[in-house]
Design a protein around this ligand. Structure first.
Ligand SMILES: [Zn+2]
Ligand SMILES: [Zn+2]
Ligand SMILES: [Zn+2]
Ligand SMILES: [Zn+2]
Ligand SMILES: [Zn+2]
Length: 476
């Protein structure tokens, strides 16, 4: 691919710049290769001997490998049902062998071509991934994976994976192990990544544009991890603390043992994983455990991995680096924000600023005297602050009942959905029965009358012979 200039003579004087010489520059290659699918990279290597040498022998070409878009890595049960039955007859084939077969096939191909050790960021979102395969990726010296993403995978025994992680991070582990530094498992897999077709040219652009809406935790507040994280996973996060980072962090609310403010409130669970990101408390602007923010001296293994998986680097710093600077958050589990967080606007009050009243007072009295800062007026809205409740929860002027303007579809600012619908129906019925007034309504009424009279006339004509015969019979 030559660079074409307007002056034809100039081309001869310029150094011969083509795609090969451009990609030979290590920096250009490092920034270009992740934007191509694995298939495109191999296709580029198949075009000539020079490109083959470049693709297969330059370090970093396969550093970022997204197999979620590779057809050969997907388990297709519709076509392999026959194979499954055949495998069941073979006693040596385990369930793990069957479910991880497509990925093991891809990894075997990469190892044969001496490319497997080059992979440092591995995305397996939505694929069939077993705990044994994860164990191999984490512990086998043939792999050099530093960032692994297994979000939304199938056939994963999470208990088995927790055992693998605990063993990999055991105190007696060999120095320099595990190589894995970050594991994405709790957040939602990227819809861009899953919907991408292998031949989509804008692969990388779509992946990098995921940050446009802001980073979870730092910019996006509220429930940032949709799935419930079990106490067993919280234990695993403790086991891997400082060694492997996850896309969720431990809650540091004062009721947990790992909090800097522990002991200031009655103890709860020893530890729990955080699923809610909050700004500073409405009362004091901070939190008993302090705010978490990204800075150069921060312990990166204590920060959450940010979706999406970084494209141009496999470092923990890149995976935890927020796009907007100066932002901070408080990471809490759902138990630590109960009765003190508004799910609509994410305002909350910390333990030092607010203690929810005991349930001795009735809910009505609480609301009237403003003792409670959050209430549950609507099942779908969840707990809301007084500002949000006065904005969304209304009293119907028709029937006097309460309703939510957000979730009662068809309601207005003065009428509930039932009264509003009834009012609309009554108006429509009045319109239907009122005498025609406009020119078009009069024309329509005249035409309908004509049609009706024609119908009656034809009915009379059809019954005439029968009536005539009956009359004649009566006369005779
Ligand atoms: Zn406070
Ligand atoms: Zn908590
Ligand atoms: Zn609110
Ligand atoms: Zn609602
Ligand atoms: Zn009503």
């Amino acid at each position: 691919m030559s660079i074409v200039t307007h002056d034809p003579t100039e081309r001869d004087t310029r150094p011969n710049t083509n795609l090969l010489s451009l990609l030979t520059n290590h920096l250009v290659l490092q920034h270009t290769a992740p934007h191509l699918t694995a298939r495109d990279r191999l296709a580029l290597g198949a075009t000539s001997n020079d490109f083959r040498h470049l693709v297969h022998h330059s370090p970093g070409v396969f550093r970022h490998l997204d197999l979620s878009v590779v057809k050969a890595a997907k388990l297709d049960l519709s076509h392999s049902g026959e194979a499954w039955r055949n495998d069941q007859d073979d006693e040596n084939v385990t369930e793990d062998d069957f479910y991880s077969r497509p990925l093991r096939g891809v990894f075997a191909t990469l190892q044969r071509r001496d490319l497997l050790s080059d992979v440092q960021t591995l995305v397996l979102d939505g694929l069939s991934v077993t705990a044994e395969l994860c164990n191999e990726i984490i512990t086998n010296p043939a792999y050099n994976v530093r960032i692994l993403s297994v979000r939304g995978v199938k056939n994963l025994n999470e208990r088995g994976l927790r055992g693998v992680l605990k063993y990999a991070c055991r105190p007696s582990r060999p120095a320099g192990t595990p190589k894995l530094k970050g594991l994405y498992i709790f957040t939602e897999p990227s819809r861009d990544s899953l919907s991408k077709k292998p031949a989509t040219p804008a692969h990388g652009e779509e992946a990098s544009s995921g940050a446009a809406s802001g980073d979870l935790w730092y910019d996006v507040k509220g429930r940032v991890v949709q799935r419930d994280i079990s106490a067993e996973w919280a234990n695993t996060l403790i086991d891997c603390q400082g060694i492997i980072a996850f896309d969720a962090v431990l809650c540091t609310g004062p009721c947990h043992l790992n909090s800097t403010a522990t002991g200031t409130v009655p103890a709860g669970n020893p530890w729990a994983a955080a699923t809610v990101a909050l700004p500073g408390c409405r009362g004091c602007g901070s939190a008993p455990e302090g705010l978490t923010s990204f800075h150069s001296a921060a312990d990166k293994s204590q920060l959450p991995l940010l979706p999406d998986v970084p494209l141009l680097s496999s470092s923990l710093r890149a995976a935890t680096f927020p796009t907007s600077t100066g932002m901070s958050f408080v990471a809490r589990c759902s138990a630590c924000v109960q009765d003190r967080h508004c799910a609509t606007c994410n305002v909350w009050w910390c333990e030092a600023c607010y203690t929810p009243p005991q349930s001795g007072l009735s809910a009505v009295a609480d609301f009237e005297y403003g003792a409670r800062k959050v209430h549950r007026s609507c099942l779908e809205c969840g707990y809301g602050c007084n500002d949000c409740i006065s904005r969304t929860q209304k009293c119907c002027t028709g029937c006097g009942g309460g309703y939510c303007i957000t979730h009662n579809e068809g309601s207005t600012s003065t009428l509930c959905d039932w009264c509003s619908t009834r009012k609309r129906r009554a108006a429509a019925s009045r319109r239907q029965h009122s005498p025609p007034t406009t020119k078009s309504q009069l024309a329509w009424a005249t035409w309908m009358r004509t049609q009706n009279s024609i119908g009656e006339q034809r009915a009379r004509e059809r019954s005439f012979p029968r009536e005539a015969l009956r009359c004649l019979a009566a006369r005779s």
